[in-house]
Design a protein around this ligand. Structure first.
Ligand code: SAH
Length: 223
């Protein structure tokens, strides 16, 4: 599948992913066209595969980023407020920021300071990224994402880009009602994507989707 969805440019990559049904939604396609993956992936940026970014972290494959954004899409309206846990390269944070627009905001959190700095530096490679950082539409912070980020709560949507060892209830607490959490969770050695909805009346509905392979959501090195 990967070979079919590579491209010589960002536009080619995203167009091919759309043609092959790996990006389904036009809004997500538009947002991904606006973020040059070469600013975030150190090599083979226009291939549909994950790449190592240092510090035991990887930038996820673009089809996974598309799938995450599409799962959260009903909660990514213009003006929405989003938390991206395990922001790593900052790529998805940037895509989410385009989806919520200038009246919305996205906080990217990672527990490794050099990755917080890397995400910030990656975003500064484009004019739109510099503007989003200057206006506060995007902010990168250092912290343990298993605790969410209380300072910015509540959120319309929370994305978790690393596999949790358990269901962290505090993340659900930090959702608005309605709000949605996208999180990979390890169940007896197999990771699954969970989409957890907090309904308008506060009811919580948990749905297990497909099996995945993510970097674990862990203690910070040396912690
Ligand atoms: N969405 C990112 C994924 C990076 S890999 C991207 O595509 O670039 C997962 C990230 O989760 C790594 O950057 C890692 O440092 C971070 N991470 C792991 N455990 C964490 C924790 N407890 N708190 C915050 N970030 C964590």
């Amino acid at each position: 599948m990967a070979w079919r969805c590579s491209g010589a440019t960002n536009t080619e990559l995203i167009t091919n992913l759309f043609k092959n049904g790996l990006i389904k939604d036009a809004r997500v396609k538009e947002a991904m066209l606006k973020v040059d993956r070469a600013h975030y992936a150190p090599s083979s940026a226009y291939e549909d595969s994950p790449q190592y970014i240092g510090h035991a972290a990887t930038i996820s494959a673009p089809h996974m980023h598309a799938s995450a954004a599409e799962s959260l899409l009903p909660h990514l309206a213009p003006g929405s407020h989003v938390l991206d846990i395990g922001s790593g390269s900052g790529y998805l944070t940037a895509v989410l920021a385009h989806l919520v627009g200038p009246s919305g905001s996205v906080i990217g959190i990672d527990h490794i300071q050099p990755l917080v700095d890397l995400a910030d530096a990656n975003m500064r490679k484009s004019e739109s990224g510099r503007e989003m950082l200057a206006s506060g539409q995007v902010k990168f912070v250092k912290g343990d994402g298993r605790l969410g980020w209380k300072e910015g709560a509540p959120y319309d949507a929370i994305h978790v880009g690393a596999a949790a060892a358990e269901h962290h209830e505090v993340l659900v607490e930090q959702l608005k009602a309605p709000g949605r959490l996208f999180v990979p969770v390890d169940e007896r050695g197999q990771q699954y994507i969970f989409v957890i909805d907090k309904k308008g009346d506060g009811r919580v509905v948990r749905e297990r989707l497909f099996a995945v392979s993510y970097v674990p959501l862990t203690d910070a090195p040396g912690a």
